[in-house]
Design a protein around this ligand. Structure first.
Ligand SMILES: NC(=O)C1=CN([C@@H]2O[C@H](COP(=O)(O)OP(=O)(O)OC[C@H]3O[C@@H](n4cnc5c(N)ncnc54)[C@H](O)[C@@H]3O)[C@@H](O)[C@H]2O)[C@@H](O)CC1
Ligand SMILES: Nc1ncnc2c1ncn2[C@@H]1O[C@H](COP(=O)(O)OP(=O)(O)O)[C@@H](O)[C@H]1O
Ligand SMILES: [K+]
Length: 501
């Protein structure tokens, strides 16, 4: 896991590294700037481009001055610097780097407070105005400058964070933020980069390792954690020679209606392909032929719409409910029965969540350790409207704890909230996966992992990673625009094999 820190903790990690390594703060700035430049050169190899570095007078500006000097040394001759002198204050490391810059032939211009802004025609703008030191929304000269740069439509690369961007906490509504194409950020992605609001001010980010003290970062025990491939490889359990289908558990998937049988098929297929020993689908009679012809491996329990099916709950290691299930009275009765009679963790998705939104008192009966897998709309239907994603994170931590469940909120970065208050961010997955049925597949994957005796926390972490990784393997090599859910389900064994190799 990669711990994700809030900005005050990043400052603590900076200070600890400076004291412990030991390294002077100006040398740490040099290291950070070099790490930035290494990535910049790979991204923008054309040395003929004109580059201007806009610098504030804090440490972000100090980085900017060092970056300009290092770019010149790396044979980018057309680099220049503009300093926004909007404050009387300047950090010591900014001043030290300004001295060093004066020994180069880099063109330097100062923009004074209140002065009219000059035209900007450089090919590339590097934004080193403000970084993680931002403590209020941009106003006055900074807001005016950022607004002007936003009008240019130029290529903008931010140092650490786009100027005006709050790295954690709910962003103030309507705040002015510089719109950047690429952010080269230090040490770790900032938490708000992983939330959808960031899309309005950055297309993508790259992380530059600046060697802050890792054991200190670990010791902060951040609730925000980014899942890495290494974690998944450590969690996955290899199969053993004498294992049999009983070893890998029996999953029951309660899903589907006449017009939404596809959801039941996709979920069941994903469950079987992820390796559950046995999969049974509880489906309407009208879906039986479809199931028997497309998924010969999956067994059925039929819901006939009049009588509740006889389900021997104790036969199953996991029950997943919701994909395409509909929200009629029979479906609700069956869900309530499952909550009462199945005493192991369940996976609850889609229409099952919509029913719970309509009858919130039922949610209190959800078996402890269960996993709910809402997308944003389902989440808000369940827990009320939210003004920001940061607010959703807070609700997740509170509700997961209150109900003793795992909440997996789906998005570009899917986030799992645990009863103990941790939030795990998953980075695999891509926009080719933005197509119907993809969530049904994820539900099947997670149910399958629970059947195979992974804990609920492990099932969420592995499930989100494996689902996204499979989508990446299908989409990336061919730059596919779309990956279909059924195609993804079938590819899971291949991705799983690679992760376990
Ligand atoms: N040793 C370190 O601390 C390191 C810091 N680094 C850089 O340092 C940056 C943080 O530097 P600073 O803490 O100096 O902060 P910034 O450079 O982000 O900001 C400078 C100052 O601007 C003022 N300010 C904040 N919000 C403002 C607003 N809305 N309008 C006008 N002024 C505002 C604050 O007084 C703040 O301290 C990081 O983003 C990174 O670029 C890197 O060099 C790595 C090492
Ligand atoms: N841009 C994206 N990047 C990464 N993953 C995505 C993206 N778009 C969709 N997904 C993934 O696809 C799934 C969609 O789930 P959901 O909205 O419930 O679909 P459905 O209801 O059609 O089954 C989620 O797991 C989500 O994380
Ligand atoms: K910046």
């Amino acid at each position: 896991m990669i711990p994700l820190l809030i900005s005050s903790q990043i400052r603590e990690a900076d200070a600890f590294t400076i004291e412990q390594e030991p390294v002077t703060s100006v040398d740490l700035m040099e290291r950070a700037s070099k790490a930035f430049v290494d990535i910049f050169i790979k991204e923008f190899p054309d040395q003929d481009k004109s580059i201007v570095v806009y610098c504030g007078t804090g440490n972000n500006g100090g980085d900017g001055l060092a970056i300009a000097r290092l770019l010149k040394r790396a044979h980018y001759p057309k680099v220049s610097v503009k300093i926004a002198r909007f404050s009387d204050k300047a950090s010591p490391d900014f001043k030290a780097n300004l001295e060093k810059l004066k020994h180069t032939r880099i063109k330097l211009l100062e923009i004074n407070a209140g002065a009219p802004l000059q035209e900007e025609s450089s090919d590339i703008i590097i934004d080193a105005l403000l970084g993680t030191g931002l403590n209020k929304p941009l106003q006055g000269d900074y807001a005016r400058l950022v607004d002007a740069l936003n009008q240019l439509n130029s290529t903008i690369v931010a140092v650490d964070v786009p100027t005006g961007f709050f790295t954690d906490g709910a962003p103030p509504a309507g705040a002015t933020v510089l719109k950047t194409g690429l952010v080269i950020t230090f040490q770790q992605p900032k938490i708000n980069f992983l939330l959808p609001e960031s899309a309005s001010c950055m297309d993508r980010f790259k992380v530059a390792d600046i060697g802050l003290n890792k054991s200190f970062i670990e010791s902060l025990d951040s609730p925000y954690q980014l899942i890495s491939k290494k974690d998944i490889r450590q969690l996955l359990k290899p199969r053993k020679s004498f294992d049999h289908k009983g070893t890998y558990g029996h999953a029951l998937i309660i899903a589907g209606q006449q017009l939404t049988m596809g959801a039941a098929l996709l979920c069941s297929s994903a469950c079987a392909h992820t390796g559950a020993g046995l999969t049974t689908a509880c489906i309407p009679e009208s879906g039986l032929t479809a199931l028997n012809t497309t998924l010969a491996e999956v067994m059925a329990i039929v819901r006939d719409g009049k009588n509740q099916p006889e389900i021997k709950w104790e036969k199953f290691n996991v029950v997943a409910a919701g994909p395409g299930l509909g929200t009629d009275a029979d479906s609700l009765a069956l869900l309530e029965k499952a909550f009462k009679e199945f005493n192991k963790p369940m996976v609850v998705d889609a229409d099952a969540l919509n029913m719970l939104a309509q009858k919130p008192e039922v949610l209190k009966n959800i078996p402890k350790g269960s996993i709910i897998t809402p997308h944003m709309k389902e989440f808000d239907r369940l827990f009320g409207e939210h003004q920001s994603w940061w607010q959703r994170l807070e609700t997740m931590r509170q509700k997961a704890n209150e109900l003793g469940i795992y909440i997996l909120l789906k998005n570009r970065y899917t986030i799992t909230g645990t009863p103990s208050g941790k939030l795990y961010f998953n980075a695999t997955g891509n926009p080719a996966m933005a197509s119907g049925g993809m969530g049904d597949v994820l539900t099947g994957v997670i149910a399958s992992l629970l059947a195979q005796k992974y804990t609920s926390g492990e099932a969420c972490i592995i499930g989100a990673y494996l689902h996204g990784k499979t989508g990446d393997e299908l989409a990336m090599p061919h730059l596919l625009n779309t990956v279909l859910a059924g195609q993804l389900a079938k590819h899971i064994p291949v991705t799983l094999a690679k992760l376990m190799s």
